[in-house]
Design a protein around this ligand. Structure first.
Ligand SMILES: *Cc1c(COP(=O)(O)O)cnc(C)c1O
Length: 355
């Protein structure tokens, strides 16, 4: 730390991203919930052609990509905001839309508490219940801006749309942010509720279901006034927040519904296979509505041992040492071959024969 750093940031503990190994050949990477499939061929083609325009600034209004998103959801362009990853929308929300603090679960996306610290926002932590579920009534009397990851991470458990609606109705003077990074893998999106609720802001990402984690693309959905607030912050910070290649990628990815559906279908199938086989091997697997599973509590092996044994066998998964969830690992859903390999390696580990 230099002597120049503002005292406000001396205690800041940054987010720890999952490992991004440089040597990928021998590794099966199931630690950051990326999509195992490449972007749509139409994305690859369009982005390749767009490279020659990199001398020009990107469109600060993101018009074409915003239109493609609006069309996909059958809403107005003025209800859509695009960002440099959904983490950027979250940053704007913590910075400017949490006048009474922020409330979120004890076990949820780890970045929320980092943003709260970064932007000096008071946080109120609401514990999940004993089954690792978000209990809507626990949020009833809170005045803070509420952040709900739905499906939640890393538990993969989803709330119903009517539970989200209950949360919105509890207090119209309080903003509710629904982070739908994984909604395409299960559950019902709250985007259809934005027309009805001025206190709703829905966030999605292209990083998981649309195979564009490296493109850094996030979306916010809300009524016009909230979108205008986000634009006010963006144009006071980085008007060209989304680069031109990513804008092209976003547009094409949204338009190629067939590719999106086919990747999603395979991932859901592989998820069923993985859950079934891990349960047969004695693991507890929480019901998953996401492209990952939360797995553990096997009598034969601790989660930490399992994580390390997988690592020795070149399979990367995520382990969180936090007290309440240290008996689980999070495994991203990969290709069928990757899932079969994971199950075989797990069998070997449990039998004590590490090849
Ligand atoms: C992955 C993830 C994000 C961040 O997505 P980016 O668009 O890649 O920044 C946000 N929220 C949750 C719950 C996530 O899992």
């Amino acid at each position: 730390m230099s002597k120049f750093l503002d005292y406000k940031l001396t205690a800041l503990k940054p987010y720890t991203p999952g490992e991004q190994p440089k040597e990928m050949q021998r590794l099966i990477k199931l630690n950051t919930n990326e999509n195992p499939f490449p972007p749509s061929p139409k994305v690859i083609e369009a982005v390749s052609q767009a490279i020659e325009n990199l001398n020009l600034y990107s469109d600060p209004n993101c018009t074409k990509a915003v239109s493609a998103v609006a069309e996909f959801y059958n809403i107005k362009n003025s209800n859509v905001f695009l960002s440099n990853g959904s983490d950027e929308v979250l940053a704007f929300v913590f910075h400017g839309l949490c006048p009474n603090g922020a409330a979120f679960a004890d076990i949820t996306y780890g970045f929320y508490k980092v943003f709260a610290a970064m932007f000096g926002v008071q946080k109120s932590i609401v514990p999940l219940d004993n089954e690792y579920k978000i209990n809507i009534v626990d949020y009833k009397d809170l005045q803070e801006t509420i952040f709900i990851a739905n499906p939640n991470a890393p538990t993969a458990i989803v709330l119903t749309l009517s539970e989200i609606e209950t949360l919105l109705r509890q207090n119209y003077n309080r903003l509710v942010v629904v982070d739908e990074a994984y909604i395409d893998f299960g559950g019902e999106s709250a985007v259809k509720l934005i027309e009805k609720y001025p206190n709703l802001l829905v966030i999605q990402t292209f990083s998981k279901s649309r195979s564009l984690a490296g493109g850094r693309l996030g979306i916010a959905f809300a009524q016009d006034e909230l979108i205008a607030d986000l634009n006010k912050m963006k144009f006071s910070f980085n008007p060209y927040n989304v680069n031109s290649l990513s804008l092209i990628a976003a547009e094409e990815a949204m338009k190629d519904k067939a590719y999106f559906e086919s990747c999603r279908e395979i991932i859901l199938k592989n998820r069923s296979y993985l859950i079934e086989n891990l349960r047969l091997l004695g693991f507890r697997v929480l019901d998953s509505a996401a492209n990952f599973v939360f797995v553990g509590q096997n009598e034969k092996i601790t989660a930490e041992e399992y994580y390390k044994a997988l690592r020795e066998n070149n399979i990367l998964v995520r382990y969180f040492p936090d007290e309440r969830i240290s008996d689980f690992v999070r495994i991203s859903i990969g290709t069928a071959a990757q899932m079969q390999c994971l199950i075989q390696v797990t069998k070997n580990i449990l039998e004590g024969i590490n090849p």
